[in-house]
Design a protein around this ligand. Structure first.
Ligand code: ZN
Length: 653
């Protein structure tokens, strides 16, 4: 996800437009409670899309009435783009700058609509060439706009601070663009001469790609992916003793086999095979980190961490604080490993024992109307204003939701938003507890977008990646609390609690361990230490030993696990998963403990979009990630949950 962009519609108008839209698409009053009278439907991933009642499919007509209308929109956009050139070279004039930004953001909104419509069309028709073509064409139109508009950044960065202050003073129409312009200029001192900029861009530098340009994929990430795909993975035994082909896709399935010999065999075969390619994979990763450091130094940063944190307008103190606070709480993770050993009756815990369920799966059949009602109840602590929008969005008649899986639909779930319309949510809902949790998660994203879009102008509504996973995980935490409090028996309670432990283990502990690895290895490059497979292996092994503790047994090839983690190519990105979940948990705690004042502060953050720096917005919601508190709150939740699971598993014996 990229940060920022476009132009706003006045709030009153938006509300009217929303109402008109609502009346068009459904007969029920806004916020109508249970979606009663909906047709019954049993999810079937192999059914054609036409078998699903239309009410359970999203309604794309607010974007475009038809594919033909979309095509007209695309042609019109392409015809309008060249007109931007008339502003080029004239942005020193405040009035021209305001006209230019009005124009640019209007086109950006159109391009956004175009790409989102095409993406959503393809989501539900994966093998439809027409939808695939639309996606490419939509992206092409957006890229064309970005290229045509690149002079804006260049000229805005060239204005002196004094000139910029006068520009704001002289042209009140620039007020809605203040945050956008200030963010654009935030790192003006890091811009190099045009020749140097051109050279860095040719080398794939994406330190600057945050506002107008799409992220440029790193050539070394391509190299890594290619290498992984080239590796001839061996055959392994499945649960029935049959020989089956190990693949990148089925590795994680084997890794959690209830049959220990199967999972041990698969993990051993997988890591043993990676080991044979360790030098090539180490060269690829070292190459990536050398580039990261070179880009950072070219712009005068001391470290890559400093450069990539600054890109997101986040202080490096956040990174250090996360690592230090998690490290101080590692005895909790050791205690969890010890619990796994006891509960599973194992002599010791290996890598291949980490992913198997600790509590037996619970047979749950949660039809959508029930999930919807449960989520609405569970999120009541977030107050009536939140609840009202949530109920609207979860009423399938309002067209936000594409609920059920079908043949040719992309797997997984996501939420997208189109400014001035409403958010959209893709699900593959199949009546499980996990599905209900995913639904609550995606509606966290959707409501974040909805609240921000109603409160902010187009350039300021889109929240940054750094804040992206807070609303989603806060919803999940509140839902989990609600379900635990009402669990009908110990088995279901244990299942839910272990789910929470695993979330924290994989999202906070594991991603922080990755973040630790990333900082250490970038540090080697920065100190001129040659990065070899042996060094990567020992660095990774040391971390695993520290993180998982005395009951964890490290096998010969475990240290090579670094070699297949794509996140190491994401340039200081993984820690955001951990800070997101910590913040989500900390906010859920505050809402529970402090009630309405905490809710108001939280909603203000959601409504803030990207109108201020992410850490400032988050501080407003009561979470200061430069201090240990929020991370410590997540650790306390882990400890509390662990104690409950320890009690439940002891009782079972
Ligand atoms: Zn998410």
């Amino acid at each position: 996800m990229s940060t920022s962009t476009l132009r706003a519609r006045p709030r009153a108008m938006l509300a009217v437009a929303g109402l008109a839209l609502f009346l068009l698409t459904c007969a029920a009053p806004a916020g109508a409670a249970p979606a009663g009278g909906l047709p019954a439907y049993t999810p079937d991933a192999t059914a054609p899309r036409s078998a699903i009642p239309d009410v359970y499919k999203w309604n794309l007509t607010p974007l475009f009435a038809s594919d033909a209308a979309w095509e007209q929109g695309r042609v019109k956009l392409l015809a309008d783009i060249p007109a931007l050139a008339k502003y080029e070279g004239r942005l020193g004039d405040p009035k021209v700058l305001a006209d230019c930004l009005d124009h640019y953001f209007r086109l950006h909104g159109d391009a956004n609509c175009l790409t989102l419509y095409a993406n959503m069309r393809l989501t539900t028709a994966q093998t439809d060439d027409r939808a695939g073509g639309m996606r490419q064409q939509g992206q092409g139109a957006l890229n064309e706009l970005m290229m045509a508009a690149s002079f804006i950044r260049r000229e805005v960065l060239a204005l002196s601070a004094d000139k910029m202050a006068l520009t704001f003073r002289d042209e009140p129409r620039l007020a809605p663009y203040r945050a956008y312009l200030e963010n654009l200029r935030r790192r003006a001192s890091r811009v190099l001469s045009p020749d140097a900029e051109r050279a860095l861009a040719l080398l794939g530098d994406n330190l600057w790609a945050e506002i107008d340009l799409n992220e440029i994929p790193s050539p070394l990430e391509d190299c890594f992916n290619g290498a992984l795909n080239d590796i001839p993975w061996p055959m392994v035994k499945d649960e029935q003793g049959r020989d089956v082909q190990l693949t990148l896709a089925n590795y994680s399935v084997f890794r959690q086999s209830p049959n220990r010999a199967v999972r041990e065999g698969a993990v051993g075969a997988f890591l043993g095979t990676l080991r044979q390619y360790q030098h090539a994979l180490a060269a690829s990763l070292a190459g990536q980190y050398k580039l990261d450091v070179a880009y950072a130094r070219a712009r005068g940063y001391k470290t890559a961490l400093e450069a990539y944190s600054d890109k997101d307008d986040v202080s490096t103190a956040v990174y250090d604080n996360l690592l230090n606070t998690v490290e101080a709480n590692l005895p909790l993770l050791h205690r969890y490993v010890a619990l796994r050993k006891r509960a599973l009756g194992l002599p010791d815990v290996h890598l291949y024992d980490l992913y198997i369920p600790l509590a037996a799966g619970v047979e749950a059949d949660i039809p959508f109307p029930e999930a919807r009602q449960t989520i609405i109840e569970a999120l009541k602590p977030l107050g009536p204003a939140y609840g009202k929008v949530l109920a609207e969005g979860l009423d399938p008649r309002n067209g936000w939701l594409d609920l059920y899986p079908h043949m040719d639909k992309e797997s997984g779930a996501y939420s997208s938003s189109v400014y001035g319309k409403h958010p959209y949510v893709k699900m593959n809902y199949q009546n499980s507890l996990d599905d209900m949790s995913t639904l609550a998660h995606e509606y966290g994203h959707a409501l974040h977008s909805d609240l921000a879009m109603k409160a902010q102008s187009y350039p300021d509504y889109r929240y940054t990646t750094f804040l992206a996973e807070i609303a989603s995980t806060c919803n999940e935490a509140l839902l989990n609390d609600y379900l635990v409090a009402r669990a009908p028996d110990d088995a279901q309670k244990a299942y839910l609690l272990v789910g929470r432990l695993e979330d924290i283990r994989t999202t906070i502990f594991r991603q922080t361990m990755f973040a630790h690895f990333e900082r250490t290895v970038h540090g080697f490059v920065e100190q001129g230490v040659p990065v070899t497979a042996t060094l990567l292996d020992s660095t990774y092994t040391d971390l695993v030993r520290r993180y998982y503790g005395p009951d964890y047994r490290i096998d010969a090839n475990d240290g090579v696990e670094w070699a297949y983690i794509p996140h190491f190519y994401y340039k200081y990105y993984v820690y955001v998963y951990a800070t997101g979940l910590c913040s989500g948990i900390a906010i859920a705690d505050r809402v529970r403990e402090l009630g309405p004042p905490a809710v108001d502060a939280y909603l203000a953050m959601l409504k803030g979009g990207c109108s201020e720096a992410p850490l400032t917005l988050l501080k407003g919601a009561g979470v200061d990630l430069t201090r240990p508190d929020a991370i410590a709150a997540a650790m306390r939740t882990f400890e509390r949950t662990l104690a409950e699971v320890e009690k439940l598993t002891a009782k079972k014996k």
